[in-house]
Design a protein around this ligand. Structure first.
Ligand code: PAF
Length: 328
């Protein structure tokens, strides 16, 4: 009896140690992103989590902070740099403030199609840009995407650059986008994403621009009347982890995060492909008035930003821009 009690106590102690050991060995990865769980960011973040958890036998677990719960994209990136946030999925629109070379991907009318963009970003140019992130306190594991950006507004349909005259259009806090909309004659208003829906509701801005993936998942049809399919710029995204966090990982765990990021990109691109073909019908059903720019109409927009291209050549080098446009 006495020995049974001792054995029982020892067993309980061993189980408690094991439970404590498992809890202590499990690392939580805080992942922050700007959009809802059912967006392309949410889908990719969950895929990333599934692969990492499976590959590491659950030694890592993800905690999601969707819908800007940790602040705007700028704050989340700063969190990665100092190591208070481990991972994010974020647009390049914000990243060029941290790694200026990224801005070349934000140049309007540079990418011809999703295939062209994916080809460039998965190829040497894209990989060279990813490698720049280490110096900025982050590790860039893969290129995701949002799709091509289009203009929404509450003032009028847009068919020509003149229709944008003086329009208070929210842009990302991104110098490349800003100079393009200035050249087009709009009144671009850089603003962090968490403020945008409120500003549209209150009428302090007339419109904004984002891909269908965002317009649908963020329900912009509730606050915007007109959608112009301008496709003026491709919008890449990136899957990033904090460098302080990365430096503490074993090679095996780094491989798990890398594999997860690649599979997340596949899921994200499939989401974008789907919304690019179904999104317009959804938005029309929700009451938006939609017009698509013809190739001739787009040409007028391209011509209007010719002066901005001179700045882009100076900033990023004509060679690099040509390398991108010549990629087949
Ligand atoms: O417009 C933006 O700021 C970005 O496209 C968004 C919606 C935050 C997604 O990265």
């Amino acid at each position: 009896m006495y020995f049974d009690r001792i054995r029982e106590t020892a067993l309980i102690a061993a189980m408690a140690t094991m439970a404590g050991g498992v809890a202590a060995a499990q690392t939580e990865v805080k992942i922050g992103y700007a959009l809802a769980p059912d967006s392309h960011y949410g889908v990719a973040a969950r895929k990333w989590q599934d692969v990492v958890e499976a590959e590491t036998d659950g030694r890592f677990t993800f905690r999601h902070f969707p819908s800007s719960a940790l602040g705007g994209e700028r704050e989340v990136i700063e969190g990665l740099q100092i190591g208070t946030i481990e991972a994010t999925i974020v647009s390049t629109g914000t990243l060029s403030n941290f790694v200026p070379e990224t801005g070349v991907t934000d140049i309007p009318f540079l990418f011809r199609s999703l295939d062209h963009a994916r080809h460039v970003l998965d190829g040497p140019v894209g990989q060279e840009i990813l490698a720049r992130f280490d110096d900025a306190g982050m590790v860039a594991l893969a290129w995701g995407e949002q799709g091509f950006r289009h203009i929404t507004n509450n003032r009028n349909p847009i068919n020509t650059p003149e229709d944008l005259a003086g329009m208070k259009l929210r842009t990302m806090e991104n110098p490349v986008h800003l100079s393009a909309f200035n050249a087009l004659g709009a009144a671009p208003t850089p603003m962090a994403w968490p403020e945008v829906i409120g500003a549209l509701q209150q009428g302090t801005i007339d419109g904004q621009e984002n891909p269908l993936s965002v317009i649908v998942s963020a329900k912009l049809y509730e606050v915007q009347k007109y959608l112009t399919l301008s496709g003026h710029v491709y919008s890449p995204a990136m899957l990033l982890v904090s460098k302080p966090f990365w430096d503490g990982l074993s090679d095996e765990d780094k491989a798990a995060f890398g594999k997860g990021a690649k599979e997340a990109v596949v899921a994200m691109r499939a989401y974008v492909d789907n919304v690019e073909s179904s999104g317009v019908a959804t938005l029309r059903e929700r009451g938006m008035e939609v017009n698509a720019l013809s190739e001739e109409q787009k040409e007028a927009f391209r011509a209007s930003i010719e002066s901005a291209y001179e700045d882009y050549y100076k900033t990023y080098g004509k060679d690099l821009i040509d390398r991108i446009s010549e990629t087949r």
